[in-house]
Design a protein around this ligand. Structure first.
Ligand SMILES: Cc1ncc(COP(=O)(O)O)c(C=O)c1O
Length: 362
């Protein structure tokens, strides 16, 4: 039983879709199917902006957003509340940009007032980057408030919603997000392989205004506009099986309803946090209100290593959870409750397996 914070288990419908026969991608049936998939992803993003599906998991989209917008010398405010927040700094510097950081303790979420202060101190910022669910910390940043403030100051906003879209509210249009990036294998509950991305008019303008717009590259977002959005063609052979799976996964999500999915994630998360405390564990986030409803991070009890616990749980009880990453490596255990995983029954099974594991090891 996979209770890791992505990739997650996929439904029988998604598994069946993966075994559909291959089809030639310029056969009209596939074009219509691809269009239907994009329209459904748009509904999951609750957006009227353009949506593109890039071929590669989330990091491709994160790097592409920076590569397509940032010119050498551009200043970017990088919001850092954990490991994925910090990654943006690397991307920005790889493309010649200058990162200005707003950092908080990884047990906390981004402080809106701090971000406002940094923006006001640096009037020449071009863009802001922020992670919605900082998965390694089990926290959820106030992205809406921060992006709205950034838009008031004319910044391009780039958001990593890899571990949140589908499980909690993500609203690029209302929140002022120019490029919102997610991936297929977390709360969407498909297999790893596709980046889901919204692109605003401001973002397209910024991509065109670059000294040398990025074209003819696997990372080029403009290539998708020239091919798919304008001509219903693909920049290269689409991953047909991944698109089948994604279509099925987003269909299931929309059939359930976004609100119902958010409620299911909230209930799974609340149960997981309550259960964690009942078995004597301490949550990693300093406050419950910082915690994401898509993943729960708890401190590793000092007498054991995360590896010992995770392995024992998987081998003896057949439930696989995750360890930490970046600054939480070796310090936390993580239970994913994303998409298909986020049910009361799964949480009870997982937390009982964890309780028995801690008893076995004591
Ligand atoms: C917040 C966040 N961003 C980015 C990634 C990387 O995404 P992918 O594994 O799809 O490349 C992850 C993966 O765990 C993540 O949790």
């Amino acid at each position: 039983m996979l209770m890791t914070p992505g990739p997650v288990e996929v439904s029988p419908r998604v598994l069946a879709a993966l075994s559909s026969p291959q089809i030639y991608h310029y056969y009209p049936g596939f074009i219509d199917f691809f269009e239907d998939t994009v329209e459904k992803v748009k509904r999951v993003f609750q957006t009227k902006q353009d949506v593109i599906l890039m071929q590669g998991e989330g990091v491709l989209g994160l790097e592409a957003a920076v590569a397509n917008i940032i010119d050498p010398g551009d200043k970017v405010l990088v919001c850092d509340s954990g490991p994925f927040g910090k990654w943006f700094r690397v991307y920005v510097e790889n493309y010649g940009g200058v990162a200005v950081e707003a950092s908080v303790d990884p047990r906390e979420v981004m402080d809106v007032e701090l971000v406002k202060r940094v923006m006001d101190d640096h009037k020449d910022l071009k863009a802001l980057t922020i992670v919605h669910c900082e998965t390694p910390c089990g926290t959820l940043n106030p992205v809406g408030e921060i992006c709205r403030e950034a838009k008031k100051r004319g910044l391009i906003t780039i958001v990593d919603a890899v571990a949140s879209l589908g499980g909690v509210e993500v609203k690029p249009d209302d929140w002022g997000i120019d490029v919102c990036i997610s991936a297929s294998q977390k709360c969407i509950s498909s297999t790893a392989g596709l980046t889901l991305m919204t692109v605003s008019q401001n973002a397209w303008q910024a991509m065109e205004a670059k000294k040398k717009p990025l074209r003819n590259s696997y990372l080029s977002i403009l290539d998708y506009r020239e091919t798919w959005l304008k001509q219903k063609r693909f920049p290269f052979t689409p991953l047909v099986a991944e698109v089948y799976a994604l279509n099925e996964a987003v269909s299931e999500l929309l059939e359930e309803g976004l609100e119902q999915s958010f409620k299911r994630h909230r209930e799974a998360a609340e149960l997981c946090r309550r259960y964690s405390r009942e078995i004597g564990l301490t949550l990693w986030p300093k406050k419950d209100e910082y915690a994401s409803n898509t993943v729960t991070a708890v401190e590793v009890p000092t007498q054991y290593s995360d590896k010992t616990i995770v392995e024992h749980m998987a081998e003896k009880y057949g439930v696989l959870i995750g360890g930490g990453y970046g600054e939480t490596k070796g310090r936390v255990l993580r239970v994913g409750h994303m998409g298909y995983q986020a049910t009361t029954a799964n949480i009870i099974t997982t937390m009982e397996a964890l309780r028995l594991t801690l008893r076995d090891l004591s």
